[in-house]
Structures are given as structure tokens and as C-alpha cells.
Design a protein around this ligand. Structure first.
Ligand SMILES: *Cc1c(COP(=O)(O)O)cnc(C)c1O
Length: 481
């Protein structure tokens, strides 16, 4: 057996490249990243996946190893040259992402050291770092000391975690489910519906509360709905407000909603996956007043802190609420000493072993300083408002409401023909062109275009180019009609 083990060892040792090999691999990856970054300004924000093209077998694992060189070429062909390019400053659709360079280094160091961030005992430093980040985010949200939370993979899981805590705090189980009412608007992110279903709450009553002309929840309508539900023998339970809807960036009237939630004993959950971090900058703060009065809140560092995908966060005001839902133990974990000073991330989320997400967030925050993020976030809001003010002056454009955060909505009104059709064709042409990427939505039944500023690479020149491309393309389409 010994010789067999030795024989296997020789192959197994290939998993540990030596220093020279590591340097070589690193350099190749780093060169590749540099080429990618250098090419970004000129590369398209969107490239269609050619329909006929078949992916080769290169994306499948193979029995034999392949050189790094060849693998990076595969990435160029199959990854970089297709689809949306969220690293581009001219990606202005949906909710843009980011991909801060130091986050990549944070991931690199997290992977190299492979610290176990789930349990305080296993890595006091990693758990402490994540707890400090949570405490900092709680400050950003305006939550008091003692709030808890966890870093999740994204906003959907963060919302699910918040909803599960709300469920357990109110004991929404069994027959109570079909009587419990959730209040939200048609603009709430669909991950809320999904989270309710996953949490076994698909049978709850979903009350879509009316919105005002700016797509914000109508507080009076909410009051009426709660009153009527109670009269009908139902149990008003959960109020889900948006601190920046994905559709239009609208912020629900949070102070009014907080009052109503308090008066009626509702759990007040704020989905700030897109918007909450704008609280770091003055124009955002003005729009987000009242957010701090919620019981739970979601904020996505991979949206408005410009991190690469894979980092969301949920915060809860009441320390006990999260651990009621998630604290568990197991015999094989009996050696792990529970710390009262520092919580273990695993006790606050469904995950046990998890990505050490803290490092990709901590590194850029400490390296640049929070002040740089404040400036960048102010800039993004002002860019959306600048865009709005520029296009509002143009003939044959109808704009939506003034951007509270960094989303502007608008539609062209052609001289002839159906406006819906025209705007749909326009967005098709823009996407096909690929230099900028925009997306659309439906507001009050009308086909509406959006501009969402959120990538840290988006600056004034990109917005000016966007306006130029929009105007030119619209003009060309008008002439074709
Ligand atoms: C993006 C978004 C979500 C979902 O978050 P993911 O990180 O994509 O899972 C939830 N709510 C709002 C308002 C969002 O913009």
C-alpha cells in the first residue's frame, strides 16, 4: 500500500505548483486581466451570442490538464465576447454592477488563506472582520448599536433571510399562513415573492398596495388596506417597502410607512438592495430618510458599493431575531467555543461553510477610504439627474419623474406611429449597436426606457455619448418610418 500511496502522491502534488510556477500562472492571469481592463473603454457593452454558434466542449472539465495560456483563450472566446459586459462604464441597463479591482485581490487573498469565516472559533479574525463590516453597514443604514446581520451572496438571499426572521418573530406557521397579509407594491422586486414561496409562505395574502404618480407606495391606501384586512379577520403581518425600486429607483415614503407599521404591529422590511448604500452621500441620504426605522433591511454591496457579484447583506435591528431562525448546533461542532462578544456568521444565515466575503469588501473600503465611495455615489446620482435634465429639453421625449436615486425613465414620442413600437425598436437598435447597453420596462402600461447609473466606471463622457447615441438612433428610426 505504501508504494501505491507514494505513486498517488506524485500526481496529487501537482495540485501545489511551486513558487516559479505560481509566479508564472499569476503573471498570465494578471496580464490577461490587464488586457481586459485596457480594452474596456473600446469594448462593447453588449455582444449578442450568435445563435448558430455552438459552445465547444472547452467549458467542460477534462481528464487531462490544459495550459493556462489555452484556458485564458477559452475565456476570451466563450466568456468575454458574449452577452452583457457589466464591467463596462457604458452598461446602463437593469441595475449595473461593478467589479472593483481590490475586491479581486481580496478574493485572491481569501482563497489563498482559505480562512473559515462561518464560525468565530474557527477564524476569530475573519468573523470579526465580517462583524465589523456588518456594524459599519448598520451605521450606514442608520441602525442603532446592537443591530446584527450577515453578508449574503446577494439581495435575493438577503431578502429571504430577512423574511424568514420576520416569519419566525411573528410565528407565521400552519393555519396562520393563509390569514397573514404581506403589503407591497407592484414595483417590489420579484425576489420578494420568490422568498415568500421558498419560506413556505406562498399561501400568505399578498396585498399590492396602490402607488402614487411617482411609483411610490400610497400610505393612505396602505392604511385603508390594513383596516379592511383586519375587519375581514385577516392578520396584517409584513410590510415590504423599497428603498429604490429596480424599475425606476423610486423610494417608498418610508417615514409614513414606518409609522403605519408601528401603529399596526407590522414587521417593517426595507429592500434597499439597489438603493440603501446611497445613504452614504448627501443627495441619497435626503431621499432615504426613514430607512433607519425598519426592522430589517437589505443592501447589496455588489450593486451600489461596486463590488463584483456575490455580495449582498441583510441587517436586523433586533439581535435575537436572526439567531432564532438560524442558530443550530451539531455534535461534531462541540469543540467550537461560542463567543458572546463576537457572533458567528453561521448563526445568522442559512450558510455554514461559506465564501469569506468580508475580505473583498474590506480591502477596497480600507484601501480607498469610505470618502471615495461617498463621492462616487453622489456622482452617480448627479449623472442620472444630468441625463434627465438634458433629455427633458429635447423635443419628442417624455420623461418620467425626477430621479430620486440613479435611475431615469423616459420614452420617445415619434411624430408618426405607435410610441410603444417605436421605443421597442429603438432599444433593439441600441442593444444591437452594442456601444451602450440600456434596458426597458413598462410603466402604467407604456413601454418605457430606463437609464440606470451604477457602475463605478460610468462618468460624464459616457452619459454624453449615451445621449448622442440615443438621439441619433431615434432620428434615424424616425426617418425610416
Ligand atoms: C437586484 C435587486 C434585488 C435582488 O438582488 P440580487 O443581488 O440580484 O439577488 C432585490 N431587490 C432590489 C430592489 C434589487 O434591485
Amino acid at each position: 500500500m505504501e508504494s501505491e500511496i507514494r505513486r498517488l502522491e506524485q500526481t496529487a502534488r501537482l495540485l501545489e505548483p511551486d513558487s516559479l510556477q505560481r509566479n508564472d500562472l499569476f503573471e498570465q492571469a494578471s496580464d490577461w486581466a490587464e488586457t481586459f481592463l485596457a480594452g474596456l473603454p473600446a469594448s462593447p457593452a453588449y455582444s449578442p451570442a450568435p445563435e448558430q454558434r455552438k459552445f465547444s466542449n472547452d467549458l467542460r472539465p477534462a481528464e487531462e490538464g490544459t495550459g493556462m495560456d489555452a484556458l485564458l483563450k477559452i475565456l476570451n472566446r466563450d466568456l468575454i465576447e458574449t452577452g452583457i459586459n457589466p464591467a463596462s462604464g457604458r452598461f446602463l441597463g437593469y441595475i449595473p454592477g461593478g467589479g472593483l479591482y481590490p475586491s479581486a485581490l481580496g478574493d485572491y487573498l481569501a482563497a489563498i488563506t482559505n480562512r473559515y469565516a462561518g464560525v468565530y472559533y474557527a477564524s476569530p479574525g475573519a468573523a470579526r472582520m465580517e462583524n465589523e463590516l456588518v456594524r459599519w453597514m448598520a451605521e450606514v443604514a442608520g441602525y442603532p448599536e446592537g443591530a446584527v446581520g450577515s453578508l449574503a451572496s446577494g439581495g435575493s438571499i438577503a431578502n429571504l433571510t430577512g423574511i424568514v426572521a420576520a416569519r419566525d418573530a411573528a410565528g407565521v406557521t400552519g393555519e396562520k399562513i393563509s390569514k397573514s397579509v404581506v403589503y407591497l407594491t407592484e414595483h417590489a422586486h420579484h425576489c420578494i415573492d420568490k422568498a415568500l414561496r421558498i419560506a413556505g409562505l406562498g399561501g400568505c395574502v399578498l396585498r399590492r398596495v396602490a402607488v402614487d404618480s411617482r411609483c411610490r407606495m400610497d400610505a393612505a391606501a396602505l392604511n385603508t388596506a390594513i383596516f379592511e384586512d383586519r375587519r375581514a379577520g385577516l392578520i396584517p403581518w409584513l410590510l415590504v417597502a423599497s428603498a429604490g425600486t429596480t424599475n425606476t429607483g423610486a423610494v417608498d415614503p418610508l417615514p409614513d410607512l414606518a409609522d403605519i407599521a408601528r401603529e399596526n404591529g407590522l414587521w417593517f422590511h426595507v429592500d434597499g438592495a439597489y438603493g440603501a448604500f446611497f445613504n452614504l452621500c448627501p443627495p441619497g441620504k435626503a431621499a432615504l430618510i426613514g430607512m433607519e426605522e425598519s426592522d430589517s433591511i437589505v443592501m447589496d454591496p455588489h450593486k451600489t458599493l461596486f463590488l463584483p457579484y456575490g455580495t449582498g447583506a441583510v441587517l436586523l435591528k433586533d439581535r435575537s431575531a436572526l439567531s432564532v431562525s438560524h442558530r443550530m448546533s451539531a455534535d461534531y461542532m462541540q469543540d467550537a467555543v461560542v463567543s458572546d462578544e463576537e457572533l458567528s456568521p453561521a448563526d445568522l444565515s442559512p450558510e455554514l461553510t461559506r465564501h469569506f466575503r468580508g475580505l473583498r469588501l474590506w480591502l477596497p473600503l480600507r484601501l480607498f477610504g469610505v470618502g471615495v465611495f461617498r463621492a462616487a455615489l453622489s456622482e452617480k446620482i448627479l449623472l442620472a439627474r444630468y441625463f434627465y435634465e438634458q433629455i427633458r429639453e429635447l423635443p419628442s421625449i417624455e420623461v418620467g419623474s425626477y430621479p430620486e436615486l440613479s435611475v431615469a425613465t423616459y420614452r420617445f414620442l415619434p411624430e408618426r406611429g405607435d410610441p410603444d413600437e417605436f421605443n421597442q425598436r429603438l432599444i433593439g437598435e441600441i442593444v444591437k449597436d452594442g456601444r451602450i447597453f440600456l434596458s426597458s420596462t413598462r410603466l402604467n402600461g407604456k413601454f418605457t426606457l430606463r437609464l440606470a447609473v451604477g457602475c463605478f466606471r460610468t462618468h460624464l463622457d459616457d452619459i454624453n455619448e449615451t445621449i448622442e447615441i440615443l438621439v441619433r438612433t431615434a432620428k434615424r428610426l424616425q426617418e425610416e418610418i
